[in-house]
Design a protein around this ligand. Structure first.
Ligand SMILES: [Zn+2]
Length: 344
């Protein structure tokens, strides 16, 4: 059976102006790539995303925030300095949320669904970092309200501050973010000491990666933290989000994964879901620079276990090289914070 992937032509209106690093042509380009690649075309079924309703957005956002977005779009103002509101963008954001939500609705029948989503910087009452509404959180909250245990694994280079904000006090959604160290990158959140509060204490986990981290460093973090914690949490559904921005060519970040590293992220995340008998949702909207859709392709081929031809830059970092010392230190620091909650 083909894997469903949600899309709508209105995704192409999710842009912030011609000088903004988020290029909305990415969506249509990726659909073209899927159609022109025989292996991917045979594996993926593209389905139309509906627009999320107010009621669905209110699963995670406040009424006040919905009104704020509407006003900002009407007046052409900004949600934050990096997120100007153009006409049509809220409708495009609703389509993206609708796609992730429809992916979540398939979790009873299908074991996997995809969407070009992952707007993880939008919180309950705020939008920033090119994110208007948080589709990751809407999908997770929908599943949570149906009694499912949900793990969100955020592998975007930027920490998922909006998702963290929404599930900060929840023990039903495990939020793990692996990202470039917050002292060197927006949003400046996601230090090891940020572990959630109240019922949610221990259910937010942040793995800050040093600049130039490569596949060996990511592998270390997966083996030491991500794999063991997810298997103890035993999710019904694993949602991975994050696009190509951990790639060394990315124009906004300083990590050093190559295409093989991105393939590793997709492949390993899917494997973890399968090992734990969990459904799997993959959301890959992010990435900046010239190699965004190539990066998405690498991630997706990993997720779907498809053969991948790798370009000639595959020499950066082998898992056998072992992790760098600064990361090993950071991971042992993180363990001190989460040891009361998890065997790590
Ligand atoms: Zn990012």
């Amino acid at each position: 059976m083909k894997t469903p992937m949600f899309y709508h032509k209105d995704y192409g209106n999710y842009g912030f102006g011609s000088f903004h690093p988020f290029d909305p042509k990415r969506f249509a380009k990726f659909v073209d790539i899927i159609h022109s690649d025989e292996v991917m075309n045979d594996a993926i079924d593209i389905l139309k995303s509906p627009a999320a309703t107010d009621e669905q957005l209110l699963l995670v956002h406040s009424k006040r925030y919905l009104k704020h977005v509407e006003d900002a779009e009407k007046n052409g103002t900004r949600l934050s300095p990096d997120t100007p509101m153009k006409q049509g963008i809220s409708e495009a954001a609703r389509r993206i949320v609708g796609g992730s939500l429809d992916a979540a609705k398939l979790m009873d029948d299908h074991k996997i669904a995809l969407n070009m989503g992952g707007l993880h910087h939008a919180g309950r009452d705020f939008g920033e970092g090119f994110c208007v509404y948080n589709d990751v959180a809407v999908a997770a909250e929908y599943l949570k309200q149906r009694g499912k245990r949900v793990c969100i694994l955020d592998t975007d280079a930027h920490q998922g501050n909006g998702t963290q904000d929404i599930f900060w006090t929840s023990s039903k959604v495990l939020f793990i973010s692996i990202h470039q160290h917050p002292s060197t990158l927006y949003p400046g959140k996601g230090y090891v000491k940020e572990i959630g509060e109240c019922d949610g204490e221990g259910f937010t986990i942040n793995i800050p990666m040093p600049r130039d981290s490569n596949i060996a460093d990511y592998h270390h973090s997966f083996q030491e933290i991500i794999r063991p914690v997810i298997s103890q949490f035993d999710p019904d559904v694993l949602i991975r989000n994050g696009g190509s921005d951990p790639h060394h060519s990315d124009s906004l970040t300083d990590l050093a994964l190559d295409m093989r590293g991105l393939e590793y992220l997709g492949r390993t995340s899917r494997q973890i879901a399968s090992e734990n008998g969990a459904g799997y949702i993959d959301l890959m909207v992010s990435g900046y620079g010239l190699r965004v859709v190539e990066g998405w392709q690498a991630i997706l081929k990993g997720v779907l276990d498809l053969p991948i031809k790798l370009p000639s830059d595959q020499t950066i970092g082998k898992t056998s090289d072992g992790p760098r010392k600064s990361l090993v230190k950071e991971i042992s620091e993180l363990k001190k914070y989460i040891e009361p909650f998890w065997k790590v």
